[in-house]
Design a protein around this ligand. Structure first.
Ligand code: FES
Length: 169
């Protein structure tokens, strides 16, 4: 018999206790319990990337990660990067490159990109395409998305060189 239990989630630097069955995917707790709506439910099978968050520095599919395996780990959602008043450089780059059409996939794209750029600060276009190959955009704005990531990498390097920081999240 399945039982609900209390689990501690560490999300965007805050700690939350949620109650649920340990096998239930993390996305439901992020959206329904914590009102963090940036992870989107797309395929529910770990294949489209719309639900991507960062866990312990790695991009992870929150639709495919059971609550019990997410507990006590460091989770970052798009809400943890920037705000409408102060966009994260990555968010600004996606705006500048006009990389969103319907926008449904964009939070997942940005979170995948964040984890990627944190470990690959100077990627070429082939590396960007490879990093995002499992994030799907059904509007077909992949070209603009690749441009946005290249733009973000450049501006990130510039702010790091000038000592302004800006890695966020
Ligand atoms: Fe999670 Fe598609 S909704 S990968």
């Amino acid at each position: 018999m399945r039982r609900a239990a209390a689990y501690t989630l560490r999300v965007n630097g805050e700690q939350h206790v949620v109650t649920g069955e340990g096998d239930t995917p993390l996305i439901y707790f992020l959206r329904n319990d914590l009102a963090l709506n940036s992870p989107k439910f797309g395929c529910g099978l770990g294949e489209c990337g719309a639900c991507t968050v960062i866990i312990d520095g790695e991009a992870a599919r929150s639709c495919a990660l059971p609550l019990r395996l997410a507990a006590q780990r460091h989770i970052v959602t798009l809400e943890g990067l920037g705000s409408t008043e102060a966009l994260h450089p990555l968010q600004q780059a996606f705006v500048d490159a006009q990389a969103a059409q319907c926008g449904y996939c964009i939070a997942g794209m940005i979170m995948t990109t964040k984890a990627f750029l944190d470990s690959h600060p100077a990627p070429d276009e082939a590396a960007i395409r490879d990093a995002l190959r499992f994030n799907l955009c059904r509007c077909g704005t992949h070209l603009e998305i690749v441009r946005a990531v290249a733009l973000a990498a450049r501006s990130w390097r510039k702010s790091a060189n000038s000592g302004a920081g800006g890695s966020g999240g």
